[in-house]
Design a protein around this ligand. Structure first.
Ligand SMILES: [Zn+2]
Ligand SMILES: [Zn+2]
Length: 791
């Protein structure tokens, strides 16, 4: 009994230490944030809610400080260093909100007085020039700014009496005020002499979509004057106006019967089922003026936050969603909320270097160069070593086998050493020309008949000793070019303020497509950041990638005409990239309100990147030799990898954008060349003699991307094409060589001995390469070869 009593005393004492009402908070709602660029401070807007979801507003700063603990990404924010502000008289409404209050002068004086008193709260809570007021009776008055300073002047206007009632004119003209264009029936409205639309309202509305509120007061006694604006005009208005405010209609019915037509209009403009969430207000009829005042108070209260929590940024840079959570008296208070601070493309730096020293710029560029070099090395190792190695291993696993004598075959010989295959010997079974593995390796990992009677017996393998040669670099030219184009794009991007030069173009897009849903948070600015970064990325990457790829792809002499064409086509690619990203930005703005009110999840950005990469890759195929399929595939794959690095690789902080750029460039370059080499096939077709009509697929040996790139024609067995059918003695041991000129990626023939006749007329000079084009012929000895290209 004593123990219980003692426990009770302890419990009471413990509870007494807490402010009584502080115990009621069950949820901390994060409503948004503002950032202070000069102090590096983040201010979070908070509402404290009790178990029923009602706002707890009576706590003072100190009692909150004792109970509240805020976490940024799970890291507790030191409450001693944070500032909590209770917003009683302060500005608790975000300054991008616009309120227009329309008052019916026919409301009984007592009611008007209470409305006037209640509006003080709104006026005091809102920053200046957020609240406008107008009246109607016989005529509709101008909308005027009402602030806490000029509030008193409006009492007289409130108390005016007026027998008439221009309800439709008033409602229509006040709704129309949110739109900067002139609506059809505006001129019909019965307004005071010298009436002018307040342009501040439409301007604010255009800048802050979805944050515009019209509060209408009317009552049911006054006879509504008939005018040309009737019930049906309001439905038309919804589609004609640029910006439609959210309407809260307070209908005081204590003075007479409800007018069904007024009720229908008010219901339609506030709660019509076709109104989107951000435009839906509320129709609030009541015969009790006290109830109207309470609802008005609640309506205003819901647009406000009650507390701010200001602290010094914990990180050096913020690049996207940041998770906030809170504990109240050490108990979780609501679900964590993600709020976007900065973007992956344009991070927010809380304490930026006002004047970056030349040294820090040099360091930044050096790190970027090093990153680029490492990426190049990685790409080359990947393409030249890892992939061929895997292919080679797969080949070995599949085709290296122990020889098992077949039932109906007497003996089999190795096609290389011509010796019998013994049971149990390791052989290669890729083609029907079985060979010992060691013979296969001696013959450079290919079938002895390959190129003549065999076209499948070849194994890709890694020549480690030739990997670190100039040839490898030359083979990877397109990849390296793509990576360097990414580097150049990044340099331009980051030294123009992460693409801020596109802000002016991005803002109209966001204004058009971003329809806000949330009550407090405004992601419009983050969207502008996003979309303008997008468009800058599209323009820069599209342009520079096209420039290098087209320059490499062009094998003709580059005179000014050719260069001009390359430049023009590259500008086109840049514009295509920019437009693709702009469309992706529209998608982001359009889907964002459907998903989340406080942050931009990663997948909202993905469509933009995919669209961009497909469009830019396709633009590279315009008037070039790049095949569409390879461009598409390469573009998509590298865009996804780049995206993953940018959005998920925490290690890349600060250089995530660079990696995104160069991976995309390198990947695109790599895919263009790989598939290109596969797509282009070269043959020699023998035109005369015993072998007439035979097609030799010489592209097996000629490959600009590596492996072999040489076809030798001559008498000896070392030649890829051994002319053992030639009876004349005019053919040398090695007579001619075909290969793909790595600098120009076109096939050429180089005679090694005299007597190579080109197109039946000219003899080609020894040791000097000549370009082969489709259909060319050349004669060696008595044999005429025709060169053919197919796709
Ligand atoms: Zn052998
Ligand atoms: Zn074979």
């Amino acid at each position: 009994m004593m123990a219980l009593k003692r426990l009770l005393i302890v419990w009471i004492a413990a509870m007494a230490m807490l402010p009584l009402h502080a115990q009621g908070v069950k949820k901390v709602q994060f409503c948004g944030r503002s950032l202070n660029d000069s102090t590096g401070e983040i201010t979070l807007f908070l509402k404290l809610l009790d178990g029923n979801g009602n706002a707890v507003t009576r706590l003072d700063e100190n009692s909150i400080k004792d109970c509240l603990k805020v976490f940024e990404e799970g890291q507790g924010i030191d409450r001693k260093k944070a500032r909590i502000k209770k917003l009683i008289s302060g500005k608790r409404i975000p300054d991008d909100y616009t309120f227009s209050i329309l008052v019916d002068l026919n409301i009984p004086a007592e009611g008007k007085k209470r409305i006037y008193t209640e509006l003080k709260r709104l006026v005091d809570s809102a920053p200046d020039s957020c609240v406008f007021i107008s009246f109607y009776g016989n005529y509709v008055s101008n909308s005027e700014v009402i602030t806490s300073r000029n509030y008193a002047e409006f009492e007289k206007k409130f108390m005016q009496e007026d027998g008439a009632k221009n309800f439709y004119s008033a409602l229509y003209s006040k709704m129309a005020e949110f739109s900067s264009s002139t609506l059809e029936l505006e001129s019909e409205a019965r307004v005071v002499d010298g009436y002018k639309k307040n342009s501040m309202i439409s301007k604010r509305a255009a800048d802050n979509k979805g944050k515009n509120i019209l509060i209408v007061f009317t009552e049911s006694s006054g006879k509504i004057l008939s005018d040309d604006i009737g019930y049906f005009e309001f439905t038309k208005y919804q589609t004609a106006a640029e910006e439609v405010p959210k309407v809260f209609a307070f209908y005081y019915t204590g003075t007479g019967e409800i007018d069904p037509e007024v009720e229908a209009v008010l219901q339609d403009i506030t709660e019509h089922k076709e109104l989107t969430e951000d435009r839906r207000g509320k129709y609030l009829p009541s015969s009790d003026i006290g109830e109207i005042i309470n609802t008005l108070g609640e309506t205003i209260g819901k647009q406000m936050y009650d507390y701010t929590f200001t602290y010094r940024a914990l990180k050096e840079r913020y690049d996207g969603d940041t998770q906030f959570s809170a504990k109240w008296n050490d108990e979780d208070a609501g679900e964590p909320t993600r709020i976007t601070i900065g973007t992956e493309e344009r991070p927010w730096i809380p304490n930026p270097d006002p004047k970056p020293s030349p040294m820090s710029i040099v360091v930044k560029v050096l790190v970027a160069l090093l990153t680029t070099l490492l990426t190049i090395a990685f790409f080359i190792l990947f393409m030249k070593a890892l992939i061929p190695w895997i292919k080679s291993r797969t080949f070995a696993a599949k085709y290296y086998k122990k020889y098992v004598p077949e039932a109906n075959v007497q003996r089999r010989v190795c096609h290389y050493c011509k010796q019998d295959l013994q049971p149990g010997q390791l052989i290669v079974t890729k083609c029907k020309h079985y060979m010992h593995i060691h013979c296969w390796k001696i013959n450079n990992y290919k079938c002895a008949e390959y190129g003549q009677n065999c076209n499948e017996g070849i194994q890709e393998h890694v020549e480690w000793n030739t990997l670190f040669t100039k040839q490898t670099l030359r083979d990877s030219k397109q990849t390296i070019a793509g990576i360097l184009a990414g580097l150049v794009s990044w340099i331009v991007y980051s030294f123009t303020g992460d693409g801020r030069f596109m802000d002016a173009l991005a803002r109209p897009i966001v204004n058009t497509f971003y329809k806000v849903n949330g009550q407090f948070t405004n992601l419009a600015d983050v969207c502008v950041d996003k979309v303008s970064s997008f468009m800058a990325i599209g323009l820069l990457l599209g342009f520079f990638l096209s420039l290098v790829f087209r320059y490499n792809d062009e094998y003709r002499n580059k005179d000014w005409k050719v260069l001009l064409k390359i430049l023009g086509l590259s500008l086109l690619s840049g514009v295509i990239g920019m437009v693709a990203f702009a469309v992706g930005g529209c998608i982001l703005c359009a889907i964002l309100p459907l998903i989340h009110p406080t942050n931009i999840p990663w997948y909202c950005s993905l469509p933009a990147y995919l669209l961009f990469s497909v469009c830019v890759a396709l633009s590279l195929t315009i008037k070039s030799s790049v095949p569409i399929k390879s461009a598409m595939l390469g573009g998509l794959c590298s865009a996804i990898i780049g995206f993953i690095v940018l959005y998920f690789a925490d290690l890349a902080k600060g250089y995530g954008m660079l990696l995104n750029f160069i991976i995309y460039g390198g990947g695109l370059g790599a895919s263009l060349i790989t598939v290109r080499a596969l797509a282009e096939k070269y043959f020699l077709v023998i035109q005369n003699g015993v072998k007439a009509g035979q097609r030799i697929p010489i592209h097996k040996w000629m490959n600009a991307t590596g492996g072999g790139n040489k076809v030798t024609i001559g008498m000896t067995g070392d030649c890829e094409i051994q002319m053992n059918w030639e009876k004349s003695n005019k053919v040398a041991k090695e007579h001619a060589q075909l290969y793909i000129d790595p600098a120009r990626t076109i096939p050429v023939i180089k005679p090694l001995a005299n007597g190579v006749i080109y197109n039946t007329r000219a003899e080609l000079p020894v040791g000097k390469p000549s370009v082969l084009t489709n259909g060319d012929t050349f004669k060696i000895g008595d044999t005429i070869f025709k060169y053919e290209e197919t796709d």
